[in-house]
Design a protein around this ligand. Structure first.
Ligand code: ADP
Length: 205
């Protein structure tokens, strides 16, 4: 078990998770991305992909033998039993992958960035939970501007995520990202100093 200090960062779509973690990364902090780990555990040649193919059949692969993620999403979207099957397979694999990456990280503390931090046992890997928060209207506006999506689709994605209130309830620290990116620079710098100090204490303890 690594004794490294781990800061979990989460937030709804368009809240500014990437904007936040980019800033910590620029300060030299290793950022582990749960979405990336979720892709790693189903790459060609993995046991994860083999189990998915055994369960759903070859039609779940694209022409290159890689997981056809949109096809998989369609298969589980309206089928809770299939979704549960997929999650019982992938969640432990993703957890192990994240744990390996945390163990290999070399910065004084590291960041675990995950949209599903609070919904999964990933939260148990974090010593402190940071929620990036903006009012819902700003979340919609920034996501629309970034992804060129319409408001209806963004709201649908938001409806499938935790509510703002639920997320805030799970937070140890809240980053209010309703200001400018310069405001965010300042807030991240302040938190970076705090996390360095806490990581140092954790090492001594
Ligand atoms: P997430 O990773 O949580 O989905 P992003 O970090 O991609 O969110 O932020 C969503 C969009 O809003 C991006 O285009 C980003 O550049 C922009 N953005 C984030 N924070 C701010 C801010 N404080 N002011 C203006 N734009 C922002």
């Amino acid at each position: 078990m690594s004794t490294r200090f781990v800061v979990g960062v989460t937030g709804g779509i368009g809240s500014g998770k990437s904007a936040v973690t980019d800033r910590f990364a620029a300060a030299g902090v290793v950022v582990i991305d749960a979405d990336q780990a979720a892709r790693t555990v189903v790459e060609p040649g993995t046991g994860g992909l083999a189990a998915i193919v055994e369960h759903f059949g070859d039609s779940i692969l694209d022409g290159d033998g890689r997981l056809d993620r949109p096809a998989l999403r369609r298969r589980v979207f309206e089928d809770p039993a299939e979704r549960a099957w997929l999650e019982q397979l992938t969640h432990p694999l993703i957890g192990e992958q994240i744990a390996r990456e945390l163990a290999a990280a070399t910065s004084p503390y590291c960041i675990l960035s995950s949209p599903l931090l609070l919904e999964t046992r990933q939260k148990d890997l974090a010593d402190v939970i940071v929620v990036v928060d903006v009012p819902e209207e700003l979340q919609v506006a920034r996501t629309m501007a970034r992804d060129d999506n319409d408001a209806e689709l963004v709201r649908k994605i938001m409806a499938a995520q935790l509510s703002r209130a639920e997320r805030l309830e799970g937070a140890d620290i809240i980053i209010d990202n309703s200001g400018t990116l310069a405001d965010l620079d300042e807030r991240v710098a302040e938190l970076h100093a705090e996390f360095l100090a806490r990581a140092e204490l954790a090492r001594e303890g």
